[in-house]
Design a binder for this molecule. Structure first.
Ligand SMILES: N[C@@H](CCC[C@H](N)C(=O)O)C(=O)O
Length: 331
């Protein structure tokens, strides 16, 4: 079969978007999984952190399904939702829509450029759960907020939450923002383990200053990525819980792929939801020839560059300068 894919990214967290609205195709669950495994492979495939399938919805403007590079399906993807949101907004000629995801219908709206002329979208990150059985995490407490988890570190403190995909978050000092300990913790909780039966996205957060943080994330099903949108939203919420930032105020979130902005909102009911604001950048479109039984033997029939990377590069240079200055040289 012929399959069109759009390579896109949010903060350098890159995806292959497959549009099942305009190109009706039906995939079994196993075929979706195998497409993710084959096409996301950075050596033998096209290379990406995941696949975003865009399907028809009965109640919203579209459905987004997210498959990680290892073929597992995730309930949400914040950076991916900005890309899908842009795609569906452009397809429907609207600037605000609602996308159905595995656990929630989420608002997406076009937003003023985050930096120069970069297509920017504001996406809702919700619902938020702290109950460990919703994460899921096996521990005797009902919640873990800024606490030690001796099974994984005798030094760091963690907060556990679902937004609604699972996140384990620790605040760290600039000097330990990248360490072997982080890799070891992340691999432990994402391998066979008793605490997180479904694995968990793990983030290490450094407070740069009021309204400004840096987040490094090991994504479940992928490994360390340039950025993870739900992780940056969850991390921003954690900094509000710890009194470092305030709900309702913008937080600049720096990452290895650039920068986003997050606003943590607290409803009258006490529930939280976040607005994740950042780029939705298109890299190229490609037409592939493949058979679904052996997607690893795909062939690229044509590829068209979409020339948005140079504009994004300016944001990336700015973010890198801030991160190098504030974290790595500690000036
Ligand atoms: N990159 C995403 C999250 C993708 C799913 C995640 N790896 C999981 O398994 O929960 C984001 O931007 O939020």
């Amino acid at each position: 079969m012929k399959l069109n894919v759009l390579k896109c990214h949010g903060s350098g967290n890159d995806f292959l978007l497959i549009d099942e609205l305009s190109n009706p195709c039906t995939f079994t669950e196993e075929e979706r999984q195998n497409l993710a495994l084959s096409l996301c492979d950075r050596q033998k495939g096209i290379g990406a952190d995941g696949i975003l399938f865009v399907l028809e919805s009965k109640r919203c403007d579209a459905v987004m399904r997210v498959f990680n590079a290892d073929g597992s399906e995730a309930s949400m993807c914040g950076n991916g939702l900005r890309c899908v949101g842009r795609y569906v907004c452009e397809l429907t000629g609207r600037d605000s829509i609602v996308i159905e995801t595995m656990k929630a219908d989420l608002k997406v709206a076009s937003a003023p450029s985050i930096y120069d002329d970069i297509p920017t979208y504001n996406v809702e990150i919700s619902p938020v759960y702290f109950d460990l059985d919703k994460v899921p995490m096996n521990m005797e407490h009902s919640q873990v907020i800024d606490q030690k988890i001796p099974e994984i570190s005798d030094r760091l403190q963690f907060t556990v939450l679902a937004v609604p995909n699972p996140h384990l978050i620790s605040m760290v000092e600039a000097g330990s923002i990248i360490s072997n300990e982080q890799k070891q913790i992340s691999e432990t909780v994402n391998g066979p383990n008793n605490l997180f039966p479904d694995g968990v996205n793990v983030s290490f957060v450094h407070e740069i200053g009021k309204g400004s943080i840096y987040v490094r994330t090991f994504e479940r099903g992928v490994g360390f990525t340039n950025a993870c949108g739900t992780a940056m939203s969850a991390s921003s919420l954690v900094t509000c819980l710890l009194g470092l930032n305030e709900p309702g105020e913008e937080i600049d979130v720096f990452n290895n792929g650039g920068k986003v902005r997050v606003v943590v909102n607290r409803k009258d009911t006490g529930e939280y939801f976040m607005e994740l604001i950042g780029n939705a950048t298109y890299l190229f479109e490609a037409e592939l020839q493949l058979t679904l039984s052996e997607p690893e033997n795909f062939e690229i029939l044509s590829q068209t560059d979409l020339n948005e990377e140079a504009a994004y590069g300016l944001l990336q240079d700015h973010a890198k300068k801030v991160v190098d200055r504030k974290i790595f040289t500690n000036a």
